[in-house]
Design a protein. Structure first.
Length: 475
């Protein structure tokens, strides 16, 4: 039995295996590509390493890739058959239970077990990191915040190199919970400790997005481009944020340049977590009426080539965006029909994605299709009842805003001026610095014959966009 740096026992793990495990955790926390190789090196050096096998299982799940998850389930299942639970520590037993729950599709059950782990062993950084991602996948903002916040009190060693990434996680949880100023402060602390903490950078970027500080976001990312723009698993997502800032600034050329160079191109790997960013950006451009050339066709082809089954409803919605955007409505309808058939087979209460798909995923997918069919009243019927529940199928507030904007656009185009007024009033008071919000408000004012209000809203949008454009020019 060996031990990690924090003195946590690891059954079946020799010195070499433990060394690779430490390296794997470090790579995981900083989203570096060598995490997979280091995890495999653990089990190569120590085939009976419980934590090495658990880590490999988690890595097969974190990408939300159906085929990788199935492969991880097979490998872990073989190991589990020969494992004597009585011969391992209570911490390892909880990890095994959490991995088994997630491999079986129970994200909430896995998150609860990892929560028990973090309470009993607050220095177990793997439990914290994986639990944090589960909270993100399930859209649970409070747990996203409190899982990390509840452990930080035990990390009083300010020099511990893993305390910085925990601050980055905590900053993201704070942001998703609406504590934007505190989130920025904590996120900057994380980045100061580790400039290449791309999750910490990402957390600060989110705080700017949610407060409409897109000029500050551009400056922040530009100043740290060498630390985040390449060489990590999160670079595409952070480029997506950069593109959102450029979109608010009205720089369409910059937006499409980012799309072509970073989000989706011939060399893209076709990972779900990257394709969904590409879909979300093109969909925002579609809502704004911008021409994106043949990009939709290429993106829809990439989604179709994956041949995904019903695994994660959040991914399904972004695949449907691509199909609908490309005019491949038959493919979008087939995806919806497939998910409906799977639900009809029978309710599986232990599979989190079942409820996600039934309650949120399918209504969103149907609404996206209806939007492309210009059936805007139908979009309102589908999205209005679930607009406060979208977090249940995962993602961040910024990511889900593509769906919220779809509802806004549908309400405007369907002549639902009452609903559009309510939605836009919510948006402009929550995020007063957002050119999109004010331009949509101006369109509503035009439709109800209030020319003065429309002019005021357009002027406000123009001033805000100009500030962002100036930041881009100075970059």
């Amino acid at each position: 039995m060996s031990a990690q740096r924090q003195g946590l026992a690891m059954s079946g793990t020799g010195v070499e295996g433990a060394r690779h495990f430490e390296r794997a955790l470090d790579a995981l926390l900083f989203f570096r590509g060598e995490v997979a190789d280091e995890a495999q090196a653990v089990v190569a050096a120590s085939p009976d390493s419980v934590m090495g096998r658990v880590l490999c299982a988690y890595l097969g799940l974190l990408g939300t890739e159906e085929k990788e998850a199935a492969s991880a389930a097979d490998a872990f299942g073989v190991f589990r058959k020969g494992l004597d639970l009585a011969g391992i520590s209570s911490r390892e037993r909880l990890h095994v239970a959490a991995a088994e729950a997630w491999l079986a599709g129970d994200l909430h059950g896995a998150g609860r077990r990892l929560g028990e782990l973090s309470t009993a062993f607050p220095h177990d950084v793997l439990a914290l990191a994986v639990g944090h991602q589960i909270d993100f996948f399930t859209g649970d903002a409070q747990r996203l915040r409190d899982r990390i916040g509840g452990a930080l009190g035990s990390w009083d060693d300010l020099d511990d190199p893993w305390r910085g990434p925990l601050l980055g996680m905590y900053a993201f949880g704070l942001e998703e919970s609406g504590h934007y100023e505190h989130a920025e402060e904590v996120g900057r602390q994380a980045v100061e400790q580790h400039p290449q903490d791309v999750w910490g950078i990402h957390a600060v970027v989110h705080t700017f997005e949610m407060r409409g500080r897109f000029a500050d976001g551009i400056r922040f990312l530009d100043a740290r481009a060498d630390d985040w723009a390449s060489g990590n698993y999160l670079n595409v997502h952070n480029w997506w944020h950069y593109a959102l800032y450029a979109l608010e600034a009205g720089d369409l050329d910059r937006v499409l340049g980012v799309y072509d160079s970073a989000l989706h191109h011939d060399g893209s790997e076709g990972l779900a977590m990257e394709l969904l960013d590409a879909s979300a950006l093109l969909w925002r451009l579609l809502l704004a009426g911008h021409d994106t050339g043949d990009r939709w066709a290429a993106l829809a082809g990439a989604w179709a080539g994956r041949a995904d089954g019903s695994y994660y409803a959040f991914n399904d919605a972004h695949a449907v965006m691509a199909y609908a955007g490309a005019g491949r409505l038959a493919d979008a309808e087939r995806l919806v029909a497939d998910r409906e058939r799977r639900l009809a087979v029978g309710h599986r209460p232990g599979v989190t994605n079942h409820a996600m798909t039934r309650d949120i995923g399918l209504p969103v997918c149907r609404a996206l299709i209806a939007f492309r069919q210009e059936r805007y009243a139908r979009v309102v019927e589908l999205l209005a009842p679930i607009r406060h529940r979208l977090g249940e199928f995962g993602g961040s507030h910024a990511q889900r805003d593509a769906v919220q904007r779809t509802l806004v656009e549908a309400a405007l185009r369907a002549g639902r001026h009452d609903l559009a007024r309510t939605l836009l009033s919510e948006r402009v008071h929550l995020r007063p610095v957002c050119p999109y919000n004010w331009l949509a408000w101006a369109r509503l004012a035009d439709r109800v014959g209030d020319a003065a209000q429309a002019a005021t809203a357009r002027a406000r949008a123009g001033k805000q966009a100009a500030e962002g454009a100036a930041a881009l020019r100075s970059a």
